[in-house]
Design a protein around this ligand. Structure first.
Ligand SMILES: [Ca+2]
Ligand SMILES: [Ca+2]
Ligand SMILES: [Ca+2]
Length: 476
């Protein structure tokens, strides 16, 4: 309920119209108690009083529309039953000058406009009612017009957007438009300086809700168009990964991730491997939603080989009309000689949880892209120690996209061993070493390889070199 220019009114007449009147009607109560409470009660308390028994709201002091032109009172009525029944009513008090009060047909408008539309473009015709003044109103944007992005025609109230909008830059604008009789208009006070870099928040909107009697709020929502293509996180660079010799069906090789700046289905990406009818594209499978690439076959006879294929990301859930991007994937099948083994005194489950953090740290220290080929409980001869972990690592040279030679990788680890052991102290690194596999494996049949791979002893068969014995780590 909006009340203008009243100095005193009774709330008895308000409550019967409350949506909750069935709960409680003051008419049927012998005694009612009223209280005023609002979010900014101090200021309202000073301006209004309410008679507890009659519900009459009175002015406590003169109001100044220049200081504040809108008060919102929430009034509660309560009876004397136990527990008390109550109801609340909201009272909006608009302070006007008594001349030329002009109200827009609506206090609030919401307009949706697609991004990338040709401009200038008519958003809304704000032709207001002019019930009291009967004079031609003058329309203006008060507050920000977003550096001239919006304009209201002073005589017609037509609200225009002057430039094409980009939803990815900003998806919501709030404007306050004022209509006033021409002769009351104060000249030239329009703030066009503000430019908003961030996306609008609900607080932004709330601030604009303090509307004068001759103002209306317009929210302009920018609807999305599919004007962005997916972009792979690795940008122009290929994705390089490696699989150990004993990797078999379902082994996770790599994960590709692409992002799309649009929203909803326009950013819903699906991945696929582009079929080229060759070896590489048929040996791997990508999960369309997660982008996880897995092997479809085993690689026991492919040690040292390099497979290359393309993964395509398409928005609109992979639809033919979607935008897409392609990235190149290289998968090396590691000959075991190219691995570095970290033996740690930490159980595998704990190492796995920290693995990303650990790889990030080792990559930072070495300047290579250090990756984990596999992780398993530590073996010492025939003895399996489930409280310790063997972490098999390899690295990619980011400049050449080649697998880094084991000796070179060990050398870099050696130079930084002190820092590595200290920074990864939660792993309790016992030793770092290079591992090699017996040469004859590559000449064996698939069955024999499978047996050896299952036994997992191959790594301990021949230790290339114990490159580091970490001085700060305790040998068990
Ligand atoms: Ca855009
Ligand atoms: Ca868009
Ligand atoms: Ca898109």
């Amino acid at each position: 309920m909006n009340v203008s220019l009243l100095t005193c009114f009774s709330l008895f007449s308000f409550f019967p119209f409350s949506p909750r009147r069935l709960l409680f009607s003051p008419y049927v109560c012998y005694i009612c108690y009223f209280a005023v409470f609002t979010a900014d009660s101090a200021e309202v308390d000073a301006a209004f009083t309410i008679e507890a028994s009659k519900g009459r709201v009175k002015l406590a002091k003169p109001l100044d529309s220049a200081q504040r032109n809108h008060y919102r009172l929430v009034v509660k009525a309560e009876d004397d039953s136990d527990p008390p029944k109550f109801d609340v009513a909201e009272v909006n008090i608009i302070v006007g000058t008594g001349q030329g009060v002009r109200l827009f047909p609506q206090r609030f408008y919401e307009v949706t406009v697609s991004e990338n539309q040709l401009a200038p473009l008519l958003l809304l015709d704000l032709n207001s009612t002019d019930e009291l003044a009967h004079r031609t109103p003058h329309y203006s944007i008060v507050g920000s017009d977003y550096s001239g992005l919006f304009r209201v025609e002073p005589d017609t109230g037509r609200l225009m957007v002057m430039r094409s909008l980009d939803r990815e830059s900003r998806d919501l604008y709030t404007l306050k438009v004022k209509a006033e009789p021409s002769e009351h208009r104060r000249v030239g006070k329009r703030d066009t300086s503000s430019s908003f870099s961030s996306r609008s928040s609900t607080r932004d909107i709330a601030q604009n809700h303090h509307l004068a009697f001759d103002e209306t709020l317009v929210m302009v929502r920018v609807a999305d168009e599919n004007d962005n293509s997916p972009i792979f996180d690795n940008r122009g660079k290929p994705v390089v990964a490696a699989v150990p010799l004993e990797a078999s069906f379902g082994f996770q090789v790599a994960k590709v991730t692409a992002r799309d700046a649009d929203e909803g289905v326009n950013s819903a990406i699906r991945y696929e491997i582009l079929s080229r009818g060759d070896d590489a594209s048929s040996k791997f499978y990508v999960d369309p939603i997660s982008g996880v690439i897995r092997s479809m076959v085993s690689f026991s006879m492919d040690g040292g080989k390099l497979f290359s294929f393309d993964v395509k990301a398409t928005d609109k859930e992979g639809s033919d009309s979607g935008n897409s991007a392609v990235t190149n994937v290289f998968v090396y099948v590691l000959p075991e000689t190219k691995m570095v083994l970290f033996v740690t005194n930490t159980e595998p489950i704990s190492v796995e949880k920290k693995s990303k953090e650990v790889m990030d740290y080792l990559s930072k220290v070495t300047g290579f892209e250090v990756k984990m080929a596999k992780l398993e409980p530590h073996r010492e001869g025939e003895y399996l120690d489930s409280q310790s972990t063997d972490i098999f690592l390899y690295a990619i040279n980011p400049d050449s996209n080649d697998i880094v030679d084991t000796d070179m990788l060990l050398d870099v680890f050696r130079q930084n061993s002190q820092a590595i052991v200290e920074n990864l102290d939660q792993l309790k690194i016992r030793r770092i070493q290079g591992v090699v596999v017996q040469e004859k494996i590559s000449q064996m049949g698939v069955t024999e390889v499978a047996i050896i791979a299952l036994s997992s002893v191959i790594f301990l068969g021949t230790v290339l070199a114990i490159a580091l014995l970490c001085s700060t780590c305790k040998e068990r």
